[in-house]
Design a binder for this molecule. Structure first.
Ligand SMILES: *[C@@H]1O[C@H](CO)[C@@H](O)[C@H](O)[C@H]1NC(C)=O
Ligand SMILES: *[C@@H]1O[C@H](CO)[C@@H](O)[C@H](O)[C@H]1NC(C)=O
Ligand SMILES: *[C@@H]1O[C@H](CO)[C@@H](O)[C@H](O)[C@H]1NC(C)=O
Ligand SMILES: *[C@@H]1O[C@H](CO)[C@@H](O)[C@H](O)[C@H]1NC(C)=O
Ligand SMILES: *[C@@H]1O[C@H](CO)[C@@H](O)[C@H](O)[C@H]1NC(C)=O
Ligand SMILES: *[C@@H]1O[C@H](CO)[C@@H](O)[C@H](O)[C@H]1NC(C)=O
Ligand SMILES: *[C@@H]1O[C@H](CO)[C@@H](O)[C@H](O)[C@H]1NC(C)=O
Ligand SMILES: *[C@@H]1O[C@H](CO)[C@@H](O)[C@H](O)[C@H]1NC(C)=O
Ligand SMILES: *[C@@H]1O[C@H](CO)[C@@H](O)[C@H](O)[C@H]1NC(C)=O
Ligand SMILES: *[C@@H]1O[C@H](CO)[C@@H](O)[C@H](O)[C@H]1NC(C)=O
Ligand SMILES: *[C@@H]1O[C@H](CO)[C@@H](O)[C@H](O)[C@H]1NC(C)=O
Ligand SMILES: *[C@@H]1O[C@H](CO)[C@@H](O)[C@H](O)[C@H]1NC(C)=O
Length: 503
């Protein structure tokens, strides 16, 4: 019953199997015959098969059903490819993959050896490798074999404390230092973390429990964090149960994140965002399956006066071909920390299912900076409470030192090809007098509703336009154009407010 959208599309349309017979989607998912598809054009479905197949095709001989995988033809213990001149196994440094022995020392020795050689590859074989946090080095590939699990130690006293991120002022949860990440890197270049779908597991449950009991004295650490680094590739692995945000590239350039499975419980796993590009430039995120306890993806760039001072935007970001589930937050978010500015982001070919919200832009007075040139294209929502959200009063601040007159500028946000079913409120754009939302456009949108038929395209202080056929009927704040781009009706007032949180 779960991945309805994907199953529906896959079930309706036979994808030709490849010459080697590896992929046979046609065999699967036929039992859920989609009411969903009957309401949309077959063309669209076919497009989606092409778009989404890539999410699944990369796994050799496996097909996702929900989050379970059936494999065939993938021999266990595939040899690791040689990706660097020098290749090591963790066992050469005394590593023991029995789930009990601590491997922190082995990882540290391996990384030191690679650093001394100016680069190399570290293979982590099948097994469960318990470890405390460790640092990576430049020109390094960390390769996780099939069946390899790097398991983060639960005892927080093993986690080093690090200075707070400069653009956040202090730890996101507590003043003073924060816990580092399980796998960490700073000031690096050319780092690859990849594998045959091995796993990095943060054993976050212990952290989530302590967080809820308020016994932690420092902000929790991410699972993987790379700071001030460039030329990063993270692909072909599974990340699960992060203590905090799962994958956090901070002030990095040229980052490719692809073919990941990111998992955390969808409920009571606080702040387990999937991927948080933060003050990063030139980022590609593609072909990922994300189901977590907070935002699937959240693009950020620092917090209020600290982020304004640090002044490093997130820009040139392309996100495509994802299936995301976020029961408590949103599939893809921009903000709320965006005080270095966020621009030129494209989000396309994304399915958000069984989620509270689909795509959300969030900010507040005090953030300053801007959110410009954001393109959403070809999105499917299935069973989400609110589809598209822009919220300008996300009033969470690091301290009282923020400037209440630092209003962010929001302009040039487009939504094209937005479809879906079981969406209670398809659109809620809540600008304000001080933070009006400008340059919004909608084109080719049809989002089914099962709940109410009034006040479901909600707007306040919004300027922009709708082009062609839009369902549900757009709010009166927006100018209306026909498919050919001719003005049909100009809005009389952009400041009208029809926001209803009771729906
Ligand atoms: C992701 O998988 C696709 C398909 O197998 C492959 O072409 C691509 O190189 C992979 N991306 C990365 C960054 O490994
Ligand atoms: C990788 O492993 C995860 C967790 O077991 C699984 O859900 C996913 O389908 C696997 N992906 C591939 C490509 O085999
Ligand atoms: C590394 O591990 C692989 C697979 O387990 C094995 O074939 C290879 O001999 C090992 N290499 C070294 C140097 O230990
Ligand atoms: C990793 O390096 C950073 C920066 O030098 C340091 O603060 C941190 O303690 C190191 N982490 C570990 C686990 O050694
Ligand atoms: C790492 O990069 C940051 C930001 O550019 C810089 O402030 C810091 O001095 C660098 N650290 C090292 C050890 O190079
Ligand atoms: C937090 O600080 C208190 C008081 O210093 C201490 O008793 C407690 O053990 C600390 N908790 C953790 C998880 O470090
Ligand atoms: C970006 O990173 C990839 C992977 O490390 C590298 O191959 C490519 O040359 C980098 N591009 C630039 C412009 O540095
Ligand atoms: C990830 O897997 C795909 C498909 O097997 C492969 O083409 C790609 O090179 C792998 N990525 C890396 C960085 O090894
Ligand atoms: C989703 O989150 C709500 C709280 O927001 C919770 O009550 C519900 O049990 C969660 N659903 C699942 C399937 O975990
Ligand atoms: C916007 O970002 C895309 C990557 O998504 C990049 O190719 C393009 O050059 C960027 N545009 C500008 C004006 O920087
Ligand atoms: C806006 O985003 C689009 C799509 O990524 C890109 O082609 C264009 O160059 C961007 N324009 C600016 C001014 O950044
Ligand atoms: C909107 O949809 C129509 C028909 O489905 C298509 O012809 C047109 O190209 C689409 N426009 C855009 C901008 O995607």
């Amino acid at each position: 019953m779960e991945l309805n959208v994907v199953r529906g599309i896959m079930g309706e349309t036979s994808v030709p199997s490849s010459s080697t017979g590896k992929f046979q989607f046609g065999l699967l998912h036929r039992r859920w015959v989609p009411a969903f598809l009957s309401s949309y054009k077959t063309m669209f479905a076919v497009l989606w098969v092409v778009g989404l197949a890539s999410v699944f095709v990369w796994q050799r001989g496996g097909v996702v059903e929900g989050i379970r995988t059936f494999r065939w033809g993938a021999p266990p213990g595939r040899a690791a490819p040689l990706l660097r001149m020098r290749v090591f196994n963790l066992t050469e440094f005394g590593g023991v993959g029995d789930g009990v022995a601590m491997n922190t020392g082995a990882f540290e020795c391996a990384v030191a050896a690679i650093a001394a050689l100016g680069g190399g590859q570290l293979n982590v074989e099948a097994g469960v490798w318990l470890t405390g946090p460790f640092n990576l080095t430049s020109h390094m590939t960390l390769f996780l074999a099939e069946g390899a699990v790097i398991l983060g130690v639960e005892d927080e006293t093993c986690w080093p404390l690090m200075p707070p991120l400069p653009s956040y002022g202090y730890g996101r949860e507590h003043k003073g230092p924060r816990y580092g990440s399980l796998i960490h890197g700073q000031n690096l270049t050319d780092v690859v973390i990849t594998g045959h779908n091995g796993t990095i597991d943060g054993q976050g449950k212990a952290w989530w429990t302590k967080y809820r009991q308020k016994v932690l004295n420092h902000t929790r650490g991410p699972l993987v964090q790379l700071m001030w680094s460039q030329n990063i590739v993270i692909s072909n692995i599974t990340l699960r149960n992060s203590p905090f945000w799962t994958l956090h590239p901070y002030d990095c350039k040229n980052v490719t994140i692809a073919n990941l499975t990111i998992l955390a419980p969808v409920y009571q796993a606080p702040n387990t965002d999937g991927i948080d590009p933060d003050s990063c430039e030139n980022v590609l995120i593609e072909n990922c399956y994300i189901s977590v306890g907070d935002d699937g993806i959240a693009i950020k760039s620092g917090w209020d006066q600290y982020g304004i001072k640090y002044g490093r935007p997130s820009t040139n970001i392309l996100i495509r071909n994802l299936v995301v589930r976020s029961n408590v937050s949103a599939g893809v978010s921009i903000g709320s920390e965006m005080s270095g500015g966020i621009s030129n982001v494209t989000v396309e070919n994304v399915v958000v299912w069984n989620s509270r919200r689909a795509v959300r832009i969030k900010t507040a007075a005090g953030r300053g900076a801007y959110i410009h040139n954001i393109t959403f294209r070809n999105l499917i929502f299935d069973n989400v409470r609110v589809g598209i959200i822009i919220k300008t009063d996300y009033n969470e601040h690091p301290d009282e030192g923020f400037d209440p007159k630092a209003f962010p500028d929001i302009n040039d946000i487009s939504y094209t090809g937005i479809h879906g079913q079981r969406v209670r409120v398809p659109v809620r754009i809540q600008g304000s007098e001080n933070i009006p939302v400008k340059g919004v456009s909608f084109r080719n949108m049809s989002v089914g509703i099962t709940y109410k038929k009034k006040h479901i395209f909600q707007c306040a202080f919004v300027q922009g336009r709708v082009i062609g056929s839009i369902f549900p009927a757009p709010c009166k704040n927006l100018d209306r154009y026909d498919e050919a781009g001719h003005l049909v009706e100009r809005s009389e007032s952009q400041n009208m407010s029809d926001i209803d949180y009771d729906l």
